[in-house]
Design a protein around this ligand. Structure first.
Ligand code: PLP
Length: 457
């Protein structure tokens, strides 16, 4: 597997004590000086490492297959590959991306229940066996295009407690599962397990318990039909934001109990999940620049019309250099942007004004914030938006000719060192050592120093 070499993956190694936010501040100052104020993301890879450690600690029995669709930046994928995570791919090109990192095919699940035939053939040729299905047509395609699949029946579950629902599109109805399993048997296909997705941004951990319980029923059905059912895939839906309630730990507790009740350890069932948002949402901050403003005066809101010194209420519209067709695509599906702050060197004081924030395209759908209250900003000022790692840059288009915002990947020396040398308790790192992987050489002097220091102790 390709090691996480900072040079190869264009990762900026920062001195310990310096944060991703410090990096971002510095970058803004550089851009201000250069007079080129393009929007950019900063991805804090330490934050992703922390998430992985939290996952391993709270759900040790559940192997994470990171959902590549959520953020497919190569340094993020390489980091996760080095941490021993596995991958949920939705298409041929996602599979190619993961294989190109030297990840072995047994660490990939092709978790799109409706696949193009040529993509199934590609998966077959490259040794990807695990894949999901939820229809007879998919079974027919798989039997034509893949001779060695390990199939996972995606079932429909209640997703009403999630802000992004998926089950109107995917997931077999429970009453159809028996027929599907029988069809798989007729076609001599090997069904090995059940998967579900409770919807993205799930608000109620009990949704997982209900879905795990439903999976047990379908498992039993499969076993009765003669399949060796040994895989449960509990999908995605875990919170990624720092402030989201309930917290990930509460989800993990409910999941652990449900697994103990319905799939106890001694059944030998392997449990995997497909977290996307969980891993990356909080890692990225987007810096956007105010490229224009328009002040609307609203005299009707004047409280003292007789006063000569009339101070009309002002509504200020700002235009920024990213938008709905770029990194902010996520807000079409999610709730409002809660993590917007002004970036200014001087402390902003004085009045605040009702404000509206627009993206840069000529489309009026490109509205980022319909109403918020901000101190008065000027063209050239910056706004920072936290928690922009999930379903953002990966969905960006070039609509109106705007290029997508660059991402700067940042990691502290200490974390980089840990990843490369193995974090205690993370198995697959040891695997990579067993495989005799060459450790990367550091050209960044700081990281090399860190390595030497550790060796001396
Ligand atoms: N797995 C599948 C099949 C999905 O469709 C998705 C998201 O759409 C995910 C996993 C990731 O979900 P989340 O980002 O909510 O964890």
């Amino acid at each position: 597997m390709t090691s996480l070499c900072p040079e190869e993956f264009n990762i900026s190694i920062i001195e310990d004590g310096f944060s991703a936010r410090d990096f971002m501040n510095q970058r803004i100052e550089e851009l201000d000086k250069a007079g080129n104020r393009d929007a950019f993301h900063t991805a804090d890879l330490d934050n992703i490492l922390e998430k992985h450690l939290r996952w391993v600690e709270n759900l040790p029995r559940v192997v994470p297959f990171y959902a590549v669709k959520c953020n497919n930046s190569r340094p993020i994928l390489a980091l996760l590959a080095n941490l021993g995570a596995c991958f949920d791919c939705a298409s041929q090109s996602e599979i190619q991306q993961i294989l190109s990192l030297g990840v072995t095919p047994d660490r990939i699940i092709y978790a799109n229940p409706c696949k193009q035939e040529s993509h199934i053939k590609y998966a077959c040729i490259h040794g990807i066996q695990m894949m999901t299905f939820d229809s007879e047509d998919e079974l027919d395609k798989i039997s034509r295009c893949h001779d060695n699949g390990k199939l996972v029946l995606r079932i429909g579950v209640d997703d009403s407690r999630s802000f992004l629902r998926l089950n109107s599109k995917f997931g077999a109805r429970l009453q159809d599962c028996c027929r599907l399993l029988e069809r798989a048997r007729e076609l001599c296909l090997e069904v090995v397990g059940v998967s579900f997705h409770v919807g993205s941004g799930c608000r109620d951990p009990q949704a997982f318990r209900d879905a795990i319980s439903a999976s047990r029923r379908i498992f039993n059905m499969g076993i009765e039909l003669g399949f060796k059912m040994n895989l449960l895939d509990i999908g995605g839906g875990y919170p990624g934001s720092k402030t989201f309630n309930p917290k990930f730990e509460e989800f993990a507790d409910v999941i652990k109990f449900a697994l103990n009740d319905f799939f106890p350890d001694d059944t030998g069932v392997q449990v995997i999940a497909e977290p996307g948002r969980y891993y990356v949402a909080s890692a990225c901050t987007l810096a956007v620049n105010v490229i224009g403003k328009k002040v609307l005066t609203d005299k009707s809101s004047n409280k003292n019309a007789d006063d000569d010194d009339i101070r009309a209420e002002r509504i200020i519209m700002y235009y920024v250099n990213d938008g709905i067709y770029g990194s902010f695509n996520c807000i079409l599906f999610e709730y409002e942007l809660c993590f917007l702050t002004c970036w200014k060197k001087q402390v902003l004081s004085g009045h605040k004004y009702p404000s509206i924030i627009w993206g840069q395209t000529c489309d009026s759908l490109d509205n980022l914030v319909e109403h918020c209250v901000l101190p008065e900003l000027e063209t050239g000022d910056w706004l920072l938006v936290d928690e922009m790692g999930a379903y953002t840059s990966v969905v960006a288009t070039k609509f109106n000719g705007f290029k997508e915002a660059d991402t700067h990947f940042v990691m502290t020396q200490a974390s980089c060192f840990k990843v490369i040398n193995g974090v205690r308790g993370i198995g697959p790192l040891n695997q990579s050592k067993r495989a005799g992987n060459v450790r990367p050489s550091f050209n960044k002097s700081g990281a090399r120093r860190q390595q030497q220091r550790q060796q001396q102790h």
